[in-house]
Design a protein around this ligand. Structure first.
Ligand code: PEP
Ligand code: MN
Length: 353
């Protein structure tokens, strides 16, 4: 159940609602989302309780949302949510434009970042990716440059004007990541790190939430609820492949989950064709398939010297492959009523409207 308060309701009105719910044995939290004060209850309650709450002067509306979703549900918000990322140049997820994020798996050096940023920007990317804090399977693998990596990202953000996304793995780093970049990425391995989710929600910064490799769609959406119930609805979901019995691809890209998530939630959904397949020759076909399946964008690993990459070089595509993919994406998107988002150029101006 979601209880929406009147905009002019006194500040303490939520207390009356939460107390009434509590008297009926229902836990609830109060929050503010998109400027509206609301109370989100754990259960959907009875029609009688909804009617009683609707009778309270402070209450504008009561939504009895079926199932476990609340604020992420289409019952709460029918129209697609647009998520704007960046300052001077913005990438907008969830509208007609299809947003392409590209860059290396990990930030390595200033030269590497300049080379790749120039290349993906020239190819039409709307945002730059690059990990500074890398959650690696082995503690002996390259763990990322940490704060020094954030500085290198911030440099590219200033130089190119491209909005930047990077992964944050611990609540203590949220402040620095929020300062130096435009979007916090929560990785597959941290999808259910609830403290991290809560803090990322409280940061007010846009969040890219990757699906856990063994997470159901419901668990993924409930992880997003953690962000929304903290008052942050600038959330983009990312399907990045799930674990299956078949090891011929790194993970199994679940495109059905993209279409299903789009049905269940108003939040934008993008696809990572790189981490899901682990194979550069599958990145093109799966990117096109994602666009056809209704995804709102892509996040792609691109590297200028993949063989020397310190992280996930084996799955990165090069500049020529990126350009060729972007050339194919345009007409395909047009066929499904979408378009590639306009690109940002070095001066930071939009090429076309
Ligand atoms: C990444 O995008 O750099 C990454 C580690 O992805 P995932 O969390 O999906 O494995
Ligand atoms: Mn990676």
């Amino acid at each position: 159940m979601i209880v929406l308060l009147h905009s002019e309701a006194p500040r303490d009105s939520s207390g009356i609602v939460t107390e009434t719910l509590s008297e009926n044995g229902i836990d609830a939290v109060s929050t503010t989302l998109g400027g509206a004060a609301l109370i989100v209850a754990e259960s959907s309650g009875t029609p009688e309780l909804a009617e009683m709450l609707e009778g309270l002067p402070a209450v504008a509306r009561v939504l009895r949302v079926p199932g476990p979703q609340r604020l992420t549900s289409r019952a709460f918000r029918q129209e697609n949510t647009s998520v704007r990322v960046g300052e001077n140049v913005q990438a907008v997820f969830g509208g007609r434009d299809f947003v392409v994020i590209a860059g290396p798996c990990a930030v390595e050096t200033a030269e590497q970042m300049t080379g790749i940023a120039d290349l993906v920007q020239a190819g039409g990317a709307n945002m730059l990716r690059g990990g500074a804090f890398k959650p690696r399977t082995s503690p002996y693998s390259f763990q990322g440059l940490g704060l020094a990596g954030l500085t290198l990202l911030a440099e590219q953000r200033r130089r190119t004007g491209l909005p930047v996304v990077t992964e944050v793995v611990t609540p203590q780093d949220i402040e620095s990541v929020a300062e130096e970049t435009d979007m916090l990425q929560i990785g597959a391995r941290n999808m259910q790190n609830f403290e991290l989710l809560r803090e990322a929600g409280a940061s007010g910064k846009p969040v890219l939430l990757k699906r856990g490799m063994s997470a159901t769609i419901e668990e993924w959406l409930l992880a997003a609820e953690y962000l929304l119930h903290m008052g942050n609805d600038d959330v983009v979901l990312c399907e990045r492949g799930i674990r299956s019995y078949d090891r011929s691809t790194r993970f199994t890209l679940d495109l059905g989950a993209v279409a299903e998530a789009k049905r269940l939630t108003h939040l934008p959904v993008i696809v990572d064709p790189s981490h899901s397949t682990g194979k550069p020759h599958l990145v093109g076909p799966m990117s096109l398939a994602a666009a056809a399946a209704g995804a709102d964008g892509l996040i792609i690993d691109v590297h200028t010297d993949a063989r020397a990459a310190l992280c996930d070089g084996a799955q990165a595509i090069d500049g020529a492959q990126f350009t060729s993919l972007m050339d194919k994406l345009g007409p395909l998107l047009e066929a499904v009523g979408r378009r590639l988002a306009p690109t940002a150029h070095p001066a930071g101006s939009l090429a076309s409207a």
